[in-house]
Write a protein that binds this ligand. Structure first.
Ligand SMILES: [Zn+2]
Length: 132
């Protein structure tokens, strides 16, 4: 199977490295405490550039999703579902990932992250229903 590899940039590289170790974290502003995802260089609330990683429980609720029918990702079988999940621990953060349920997602349902390990330097984030 051909696997689409994300291309980490300056801001997202460490996030991908953490995900490869199955460590789930978001950025947290050193000045005002605002959490953010995806990774970026400065705080969207106060524009401070100092920040640290904050490990958070990878659980949340389905905010939205898309069903992709376009074969733009080599190796992926269409259709596939990408969900947006609002994290319970840091409700300001909405994280995306592959849907790993046996049925379509439902609005607001509880989900938990799992990881698909591709190799030692890459894992992908999946979201699975907590209640089956
Ligand atoms: Zn801030």
């Amino acid at each position: 199977m051909v696997v689409y590899r994300p291309e980490p940039d300056r801001d997202s590289r460490e996030w991908w490295e953490r995900i490869a170790r199955h460590e789930f974290a978001v950025q947290c502003c050193d000045a005002c405490g605002t959490t953010r995802f995806p990774a970026r260089a400065f705080c969207p609330a106060c524009r401070t550039e100092a920040w640290h990683w904050q490990e958070v429980d990878p659980e949340g609720r389905v905010e939205s999703w898309i069903v992709n029918h376009q074969p733009f990702m080599p190796g992926a079988r269409e259709p596939y579902v990408v969900v947006m999940v609002r994290l319970a621990a840091v409700p300001g953060c909405v994280v995306y990932g592959n849907w790993h349920g046996r049925r379509p997602p439902e609005p607001g349902e509880r989900v938990r992250a799992s990881y698909s390990r591709i190799d030692e330097s890459l894992s992908l984030v999946n979201w699975e229903p907590v209640d089956g």
